[in-house]
Design a protein around this ligand. Sequence first.
Ligand SMILES: Nc1ncnc2c1ncn2[C@@H]1O[C@H](COP(=O)(O)OP(=O)(O)O)[C@@H](O)[C@H]1O
Ligand SMILES: [Mg+2]
Length: 359
Amino acid sequence: MSESPIDPAVVDAVLQEFSDPETGRGLKSLDQMRKVMIDGNAVEVTIGLTTYSAPLWEDTREQLSERLRSKLANDCQIAVHVVEHVRKAEPIGGIGLTAKSVIAVGSGKGGVGKSTVAASLALGLKRAGCRVGLMDADVYGPSIPHLLGVDERPTASEKKLQPIDCDGLRVMSMGFLVPPGEAVVWRGPMLHGAITQFLRDTEWGDLDYLIIDMPPGTGDIALTLSQLLPLTGAVVVCTPQDVALLDAVKAIAMFGKVNIPMLGIVENMSYFLCPDNGKRYEIFGSGGARQKAEELGVPFLGEVPIQIPIRERGDAGNTAGNYTDQESAQYFERICYSLVKNLATQRAAKPPMPSLSVL
Ligand SMILES: Nc1ncnc2c1ncn2[C@@H]1O[C@H](COP(=O)(O)OP(=O)(O)O)[C@@H](O)[C@H]1O
Ligand SMILES: [Mg+2]
């Protein structure tokens, strides 16, 4: 039998250096390298990745293939497979919540599409394969149940509230506590109590991401949340006109004040894509948010044009439909991808945490 033209040491060196997108640590040291098979001029590698990084599975697979390709002879066959690696979330904040990332979606003012973006972010991550919870903390205008077409109420079992299961997405809304159409004046302490109870008493289960639809503007809830648990960060939604951008800058400053890191800006209603002639109408001007993000050193996560079907689906409780129509899906998918990719890049840039096994 002739010797394989593939040197196992070369393959091993590539694998040794390859990081897990969730932790930024070596896949090999985390026991996520499942199988390496070298047979003649073919190498087949199976890696385990977590559902947390589900949106990056394809990227990671391609990256590893390319690294191997760059080190091996041209005629070698390379196959990389991904299987699920289970890594449970740890409890955070001492309130019985187990989630890997908690992300607040905020805006300076209402009506900019904050809830649409929050719901779409949650839906997009879930579609990619992540375990996701969506908490509607917008006490002034809880609209998540409407946008998702949820008309049930959460049930309680063993003193815990069960979130509504929306095709695998776990949803809770302040709207469940308030009869629709009824105005509630929330005072500071009451608000604090309601949000705390809401997070603590909900049986969220094991989550990769908890997305929180924040009320616009005021910092009360951001402050409460920052005291309850370590937030991964905030995403700010704005429209391109100057006034809205000023509001967005205020929202960014507000999150900064309570030490919530800024994960990025989404520009919604960037332009109108006319279904009749395919023309692009820049109703509020365009590119303002991207430019502002650059000025402020905040990542720009993407834009969503005004599309009549997005509004219609929102009204019909079918926000999920934004992912089955490529016209709208491409924009929301981009935002989900950028967010998860940025989080992974941040972790990869940090010095590795000491591994528990060596302590
Ligand atoms: N890109 C978009 N294109 C068309 N309509 C949109 C878009 N984004 C949001 N909308 C619609 O605008 C309205 C306000 O959106 P919503 O997400 O409730 O805003 P907010 O939470 O900021 O108040 C809703 O009717 C929603 O369907
Ligand atoms: Mg809203």
